[in-house]
Design a protein around this ligand. Structure first.
Ligand code: SR1
Ligand code: MG
Length: 423
């Protein structure tokens, strides 16, 4: 990690001269920066992303901007988010394993930039799902990633001192947490200034914003997100934060990392697969997306099954932290007690992830930051027809989360609501 001069945003033209002296880059790309080809490829809401290719190899340079790219300079955002992203990536790699996130080559705190592996021929998972591509590994890889990062970043695995020190480090990621707190849990449920929705949804939007049970549940979930500092979250684990090929899955972009409830990451992740399901009709020609729908639901089932199995295995083998101490259970001959406690923890996680999934769906359709699954449906009438059942499904999850018992039940409901909307 190095510090250099005061912040200045890179451009494709200035990058070779400004970073040409970095040994990590010259070693990887070639010694002559004049021979590097640079292109800016950032299509997210916040940052600059450059792909740099030289005679010997390639790298990505990601740089934070002092404002929200999606909105402009009127919404300032601190550069320190790249510090949290860098630290989250190092922890995720340690907890989930090498090859689950991009390899980090260099971090410059003052320039808010991270130099990392260029993932190629990877594609953003969301884009692949829009295109109807079925990537066979993602269910297993994402279930493992979530279980390992969430378990190993919590008091189940860490000592109290270790976790509290880490909690203190990430507690300063205030502004990005604030974005999540407002954009996910609050803005969708009233006429917030930056909200927008597809024309035609007005009656349903009004119904949802007048729905007291939904509003109370969304605020209970916000309370949980803000108050339950259970583990280090990725914080923005949607299908746009995943790059994949047929044989490899990488999780990127953890700048929203903060301590929060385990269920948040899992809920956001599953919500994005369900949204993909509801959006398929907008990308379909001649009923061709039926196998894709089956694949999406099977992937949801697999993520949850792999997550549960891995979390349970870690509970049995690596539960050496402050919580649910072995001295109370196994070491007293009460292994069954530890299993009972595991069931309770998983049950609570399940209830909460459904709620987080519900509000994530709402905010991607009603709030500021929409997702490409729906946004790329050019015909607004068709888009609204895809979004409306997703909104109803999200409402059902958020309000009824304590009364839903299995992933099969949720998937069957999603499939039915989607089918009926297309009939
Ligand atoms: C102003 S940032 C909007 C959204 O983009 C990011 O990807 C996060 O999802 C955030 O909520
Ligand atoms: Mg992002």
């Amino acid at each position: 990690m190095t510090k250099s001069d005061s912040f200045e945003a890179l451009t494709p033209e200035t990058l070779p001269a400004r970073l040409g002296g970095l040994p990590v880059l010259t070693a990887r790309l070639g010694a002559d920066p004049g021979a590097w080809a640079v292109r800016e490829v950032g299509d997210g809401n916040l940052n600059l992303v450059f792909v740099v290719e030289g005679p010997k190899g390639s790298a990505v340079v990601k740089q934070a901007l002092p404002y929200v790219r999606l909105v402009g300079e009127s919404w300032p955002l601190p550069l320190k988010r790249s510090f949290f992203e860098y630290h989250a990536l190092t922890r995720q790699q340690a907890r989930a394993g090498k090859g689950t996130v991009p390899e980090i080559y260099h971090f410059d705190e003052a320039q808010a930039l991270i130099v990392m592996e260029y993932l190629t021929p990877h594609v953003i998972l969301r884009r692949a799902l829009i295109d109807g591509r079925k990537l066979p590994r993602i269910g297993r890889d994402l279930g493992l990633f979530a279980a390992r990062t969430l378990f190993r970043g919590s008091d189940l695995a860490m000592t109290a001192r270790e976790r509290k020190q880490d909690l203190a480090l990430f507690a300063d990621n205030v502004e990005l947490c604030d974005i999540t707190e407002n954009l996910v849990f609050t803005d969708p449920y009233f006429e917030a200034e930056l909200n927008r929705h597809t024309p035609g949804l007005e009656p349903l939007v009004a119904e949802l914003r007048a729905d007291r049970d939904l509003k109370v549940e969304a605020q209970r979930l916000k309370h949980l997100f803000a108050a339950k500092a259970e583990t280090l979250l990725h914080g923005d684990l949607h299908t746009g934060s995943i790059m994949a090929t047929e044989g490899d899955t990488r999780v990127i972009d953890p700048e929203f990392a903060c301590y929060g409830p385990m269920a948040f990451d899992v809920g956001m992740l599953l919500a994005n697969f369900w949204m993909s399901l509801f959006s398929q009709a907008g990308h379909e020609e001649d009923n061709s997306r039926e196998p894709m729908r089956a694949y999406l639901l099977a992937t949801v089932t697999e993520i949850w099954a792999v997550f549960r199995a891995e979390f349970s295995a870690l509970w049995r083998s690596e539960r050496n932290g402050m919580l649910y101490a072995r001295s109370v259970f196994e070491e007293r001959g009460d292994a069954l007690g530890a299993e009972q406690a595991l069931d309770r923890v998983l049950h609570e996680l399940w209830d909460d992830l459904l709620g987080f999934a519900g509000v994530e769906i709402h905010r991607r359709i009603l709030g500021l930051a929409h997702n490409a699954d729906f946004e790329t449906i050019a015909d607004e009438g068709l888009r609204a027809k895809c979004e409306a059942p997703a909104l109803r499904f999200g409402r059902h999850l958020a309000v009824n989360r304590h009364r839903i018992h299995s992933i099969e039940e949720v998937n069957a409901l999603a499939a039915r609501i989607d089918r009926e909307a297309r009939a």
